[in-house]
Design a binder for this molecule. Structure first.
Ligand code: CA
Length: 435
């Protein structure tokens, strides 16, 4: 349900918000930042600025009930605010939207202006203390295309259309953008029957996923019903699940991803809330004829009607040589989050069906999102068919997989007639050479 916070006509007295591609007043994402004094703070992005949320709530610009929420955002992570749930989050959003809107009382503006920081001068930090990170596999075109490369006999596992497949990843190696990704060393398959070798991965890849941040969580042993699952989600970010395909190919049988995935995963710093994305909710695309319907614990009418997210995703890449010449990053691929076979709520409901406990601040990766064409692939494994069809870069370079010095940039936009477009900022990863 949209409200006055989404209104097309609403503008901000923070001037840069009125033409910002990601952070107009209709977005108001949460993150954690350090303005330069070494103290991390919870912040809200508005145009080119960041509002220090605890300081704002204590400034006298808000009524007593809201000022009391400062205790939730006093620390260096969003976990307490996440745990407070959607009612608190929505009240905060309405109050911030009103206070930052054009036409707010001069006294409010005078109190908030001093706790706004120039984002360009701030360092972003991980938004939450991530207790657990789970990576799903919900992009069906990725599952089909990557499956055809790794397992030509059975590209799509027989359980795929029943089970939202996932694995437990490592929270310890989730970092915030902009991030350096050191090329990992690892064991790769023997060539011609010799022993496997240990070497820097020659098939370093990105995976464009949506990061799903858990809000309230559930008690151990208590599954989250599908019709309550969306309410357990705080918001979404852009997520790069860096992958070493040569290590993956050798190690993944039979227990799945391990060291090929756990060297680093990168999230964008701003979490766009479930509320900000209200206008961009979408019906889950209907399944192709012949596909089974989701089992009852994964099926709710409201989730099917509006549980998917219409987010347009884009990937750009800049090599070291391009950067040296001052060339801009080149467009590599574009796809839509509507290619996900499962909704975020279905992932939460499935994750907890066995009683598994999710905690506030936990992170779920959607799985790599790809469309049907080579120009809509969320990773290089698919786009180059494991190196068989390299992509051309300006200046004559080609890429099968990432080279040292390559910078990968993920961006995303939500658009709908009658609403102000919003974005997620950027997710930037720079490849550095192996130790
Ligand atoms: Ca992944």
């Amino acid at each position: 349900v949209t409200d006055q916070t989404h209104e097309l006509s609403r503008r901000s007295w923070v001037e840069s918000a009125n033409y910002h591609p990601s952070f107009p007043i209709q977005n108001l994402p949460f993150g954690v930042f350090d303005p330069g004094d070494g103290r991390a703070r919870v912040g809200v992005a508005i145009g080119d600025m960041i509002l220090d949320l605890a300081a704002a709530l204590r400034s006298g610009a808000f009524d007593q009930d809201l000022a009391a929420l400062a205790a939730l955002v006093d620390g260096d992570a969003l976990n307490p605010l996440m745990a407070a749930g959607s009612r608190v989050r929505k009240a905060l959003r309405r109050a911030l939207s009103a206070a930052l809107a054009e036409g707010a009382p001069a006294t409010t503006i005078a109190l908030l202006a001093p706790v706004l920081f120039n984002a360009a001068e701030c360092r972003m930090l991980l938004p939450s203390r991530i207790g657990d990170y789970t990576d799903f596999f919900a992009g069906i075109h990725h599952a089909e295309r990557a499956g055809a490369i790794f397992r030509p006999d059975a590209p799509l596992p027989p359980n795929y259309k029943y089970v939202p497949i996932g694995y437990h990843g490592r929270a310890s190696t989730v970092v915030v953008s902009p991030a350096d990704v050191r090329r990992p060393n690892g064991q790769v398959a023997p060539i011609n029957g010799s022993a496997p070798s240990v070497e820097p991965s020659q098939k370093l890849d990105y995976e464009y996923e949506i990061g799903i941040w858990i809000a309230g969580g559930n008690s151990a042993g208590e599954p989250v019903p599908i019709d309550q699952a969306a309410d357990q989600i705080f918001g979404f970010s852009l997520f790069n699940d860096c992958s070493a395909r040569d290590i993956q190919r050798w190690e993944a049988q039979p227990l799945g991803p391990f060291l090929a995935k756990s060297f680093v995963s990168v999230t964008s710093p701003w979490i766009v809330t479930a509320e900000a994305l209200e206008p961009f909710r979408h019906a889950q695309p209907s399944r192709p004829a012949g596909d089974p319907q989701p089992l009852p614990y994964l099926s709710a009418p409201l989730d099917q009607a509006e549980g998917a997210l219409a987010i347009d995703l884009a990937i750009h890449l800049r090599s070291a040589a391009m950067a040296e010449k001052g060339a801009p990053p080149v467009h590599v691929a574009a796809m839509s989050a509507l290619h996900l076979y499962w909704t975020p709520a279905q992932l939460v409901a499935h994750h907890t069906i066995n009683g598994c406990r999710l905690n506030p601040g936990d992170l779920l990766g959607s799985g790599t999102i790809s469309g049907l064409t080579p120009e809509s692939c969320g990773c290089l494994l698919e786009q180059t068919l494991d190196g068989a069809t390299p992509i051309a870069l300006p200046g004559g370079e080609t890429r099968d997989y990432l080279a040292d010095g390559d910078e990968v940039i993920f961006t995303a936009q939500c658009r709908r007639d009658g609403f102000v477009p919003i974005g997620f900022g950027e997710n930037r990863t720079l490849v550095v050479s192996a130790i």
